[in-house]
Design a protein around this ligand. Structure first.
Ligand SMILES: [Zn+2]
Ligand SMILES: [Zn+2]
Length: 284
């Protein structure tokens, strides 16, 4: 099948290019089905999520891009990457009103709950703060990892996103800091992650193989999920897709070839893509 990318950020949130520029990059890369997935409006002050009042404009603009590329043979879908909040155990309440207008939803966890100082703990930014947030909110890195993967499983069951985003994002700062902030090598860590995978499978979600960390930091260790977790997902029969989590035109298909090779080596023969009747399997 031709390549697809259902995880694309733009200037509507924290991406560096417009919808038109990202669509052109995908089309030029030979893709025939893509989806825009701006960060949904956050429930705390931030500069990543779309501003709530701009949501109607975003929906109009992605529909316009769809009408441009449909005649050219590339499907363009509209989505949001919705945050699942570990402190509330849900997507933001405002998302429910928008969700019916979308083609699909990516569910992701980027936050850890509130710190003692009232700040939201962030998983994928400010590495030194991340370490302090673990200490303040969860006490130990193992307790945090278990809470995180428990929340991933809860998200799959409660919110049923079409796609679960960057499964093991919590490892990111290990690579940024150059030392272990969350030890991913322990049996307890693997057990928690494997349990999340079982719950993702039972909830019927698609798991993305996310190359966005590699696009941004050029470190192949930042493939989400790591090969061992991906192998377990394959063993469990979880439907998979490769997504770029692209924040720039250059990142539209970063590391796709290597991700495809990895999946083939694990025995994967099909990936999920959008078809006539929703999500369907297509040959890898
Ligand atoms: Zn994300
Ligand atoms: Zn993303």
């Amino acid at each position: 099948m031709k390549r697809t990318n259902y995880h694309i950020h733009t200037l509507w949130c924290d991406g560096s290019a417009s919808c038109a520029e990202m669509a052109k990059a995908a089309y030029d890369a030979g893709m025939d089905s893509i989806g825009f997935s701006s960060h949904f409006t956050m429930t705390y002050p931030d500069d990543c999520g779309i501003e709530a009042e701009l949501i109607p404009d975003y929906l109009r603009e992605t529909a316009r891009i769809r009408s441009v590329y449909e005649p050219l043979g590339m499907e363009v879908l509209t989505s949001f990457e919705a945050d699942y909040y570990m402190d509330t155990g849900a997507f933001s309440p405002e998302f429910a009103a928008v969700r019916p207008k979308l083609d699909y939803t990516i569910g992701s966890i980027h936050t850890m709950g509130f710190r003692d100082d009232g700040e939201m703990g962030i998983i994928d930014a400010f590495p030194e703060k991340f370490v302090e947030s673990i200490r303040q909110i969860y006490g130990t890195e193992q307790a945090f990892a278990e809470a995180y993967y428990g929340a991933v499983g809860d998200m799959a069951e409660r919110e049923k996103p079409d796609i679960v985003g960057h499964l093991d994002l919590l490892k990111k700062n290990n690579f940024i800091l150059g030392r272990s902030a969350v030890d991913t090598g322990t049996k307890a860590y693997r057990d928690a992650a494997f349990e999340a995978l079982r719950r993702i499978r039972d909830a019927g979600c698609i798991l993305e193989i996310n190359t966005g960390g590699i696009a941004r930091y050029t470190n192949p260790g930042l493939l989400y999920p790591d090969p061992e977790l991906t192998a377990e997902a394959v063993r469990l029969g979880i439907p998979l897709m490769i997504n770029g989590d692209s924040h720039s035109t250059e990142g539209i298909d970063t590391y796709y070839t290597q991700a495809e090779e990895l999946l083939r080596s694990l025995g994967v023969r099909t990936l999920m893509r959008r078809g006539q009747n929703g999500w369907e399997e297509a040959p890898l």
